[in-house]
Ligand binder design. Structure first.
Ligand code: PHE
Length: 443
């Protein structure tokens, strides 16, 4: 079984793969549009605060639990709390992974189709309105989006089938650094457009009167989604982590890298929205109407646009890999399946689950509670199941697993302070904050 599980070949490979899991559509697609609907600067500020106070400690906790147990999420809770029902938390996180991957893959499919269209020069000369129509036209079709959803999943399945160090480390190693550079270049281009500074101000200046429980929940959900927390992905990656790796330092680095890319995406998209007079609260389509307009303005726009959508698709891939790996590691460890069988089974299930999300954008317009099926799935996961699993995980790590075992995983002689800050946060602060936001928004 140990051989079926695998392990990271190098420490840097682990950092890149975990960063690859965190960095994805959450940073580039979700963050700007949630900032747009969530009120700008105040949302950004709350998000920043939650990353540091909740995101970093929770990532440390998930990595520590994973490494201590060396199991998938269900197995981890079984090993760490034998004879209890805590394994249900693991099961919930595996179901969340399936749920998220189902629509994540649909949006990644849109990214691939934008890649194809950009390469063909398909957005040249479009007006703002035509950008919007183009997005509606693409996502409203039946076969093309389903095809790209299937294609994206197929590639994900191929990589996960190769096992964790061969497939996942390789892609992340190439992707992360290049994507950063491209984004920085684009930010410089966008900020020099006339009108862009209004967007910059809107993005950076917090308006405290706009702070509501709804804003806080939105920011919280975005922290979970963006850092891949609350669905066992980080826990699973931690289970492949060698003993000598320093968890607190790694966790901080990964969270900061993820934060940096989200802010960078915000500094590209929001100023561009103001410069081109798009609607900042346009919702999930925001980047797909804004980015082509940016590339139309740039010298060598087709080249940069193609590169961007290529990188975005690969960034989505490295995240999707971690989501699928959660389910696959469960099937390998707990159901004793062979990796190949597990991957194909999970991949097929996700494809079928994603069909209603893909169709919900077009003439079938499947809706639940006034949201399109896809948006509903997204909210269900990020604002409900992820924070819930997160809350249960901190209660487990803080009260049941307890300080001495956590200390064994987290306390490194080099960073004694880390643990002293971490533990009170995990035990008292995070459960209270999470519990408060969570329950006051439900009732
Ligand atoms: N964090 C990823 C992103 O920002 C999405 C993701 C969520 C990946 C959960 C794995 C687990 O795109």
């Amino acid at each position: 079984m140990q051989k079926e599980r695998g392990s990271w070949s190098t420490g840097i490979g682990f950092i890149l793969a975990t960063t690859g899991s965190a960095v994805g559509l959450g940073n580039i697609w979700r963050f700007p549009y949630i900032v747009g609907t969530g009120g700008g600067g105040i949302f950004v500020l709350v998000f920043l605060f939650f990353i540091l106070v909740i995101g970093v400690p929770l990532m440390m906790a998930e990595l520590a639990l994973g490494r201590a147990a060396k199991r998938n999420p269900v197995g981890a809770f079984r090993v760490l709390a034998p004879g209890t029902s805590w394994w249900v938390v693991g099961l919930l996180s595996i179901l969340s992974s399936l749920l998220i991957l189902s629509y994540y893959s649909v949006i990644a499919g849109w990214s691939i189709s934008y890649l194809v269209q950009t390469i063909q020069g398909g957005f040249a000369g479009f007006t703002n309105q035509e950008m919007g129509e183009q997005f509606a036209q693409l996502t409203g079709q039946v076969t093309a989006p389903l095809f790209y959803h299937g294609l994206f999943l197929f590639i994900t399945v191929l990589v996960v089938k190769k096992g964790i160090s061969g497939g996942i480390e390789f892609w992340s190693r190439i992707l992360v650094p290049f994507f950063f550079l491209l984004n920085i270049y684009m930010m410089i281009q966008v900020l020099s457009l006339p009108g862009a500074l209004d967007g910059l101000v809107w993005f950076l200046r917090p308006d405290p009167t706009a702070l509501t429980v709804r804003t806080a929940l939105g920011a919280l959900g975005q922290v979970f989604f963006s850092l891949s927390l609350g669905m066992g992905a980080i826990l699973t990656y931690g289970s492949y982590l060698p003993e000598e790796e320093d968890i607190p330092g790694r966790a901080l680095l990964i969270c900061l890298a993820d934060l940096a890319l989200a802010i960078l995406a915000g500094l590209i998209i929001i100023p561009a929205v103001f410069a081109f007079n798009f609607q900042v609260d346009a919702g999930p389509g925001l980047i797909f109407i804004t980015l082509p307009a940016i590339f139309n303005q740039m010298d060598n726009g087709v080249l940069f646009g193609s590169l961007f959508f290529l990188f975005l698709s690969i960034a989505a891939l490295t995240s999707a890999i971690s989501l699928l790996e959660v389910v696959v590691s469960y099937l390998i460890d707990e159901v004793q399946m062979k990796r190949g069988v597990a991957v194909i089974l999970a991949g097929s299930a996700v494809f079928i689950l994603g069909i209603p999300s893909s169709l919900s954008q077009g003439r079938f317009s499947l809706q639940i509670l006034g949201y399109s099926f896809l948006d509903f799935m997204d909210l269900l996961a990020s604002d409900l199941t992820l924070p819930l699993v997160g809350l249960l995980t901190v209660i487990f790590a803080g009260w049941f697993w307890g300080p001495s075992k956590a200390q064994g995983e987290l306390d490194s002689a080099a960073r004694p302070l880390f643990f002293q800050i971490y533990f009170p946060l995990i035990r008292y602060v995070i459960p209270l904050v999470l519990g408060y936001i969570f329950f006051s928004s439900i009732f």
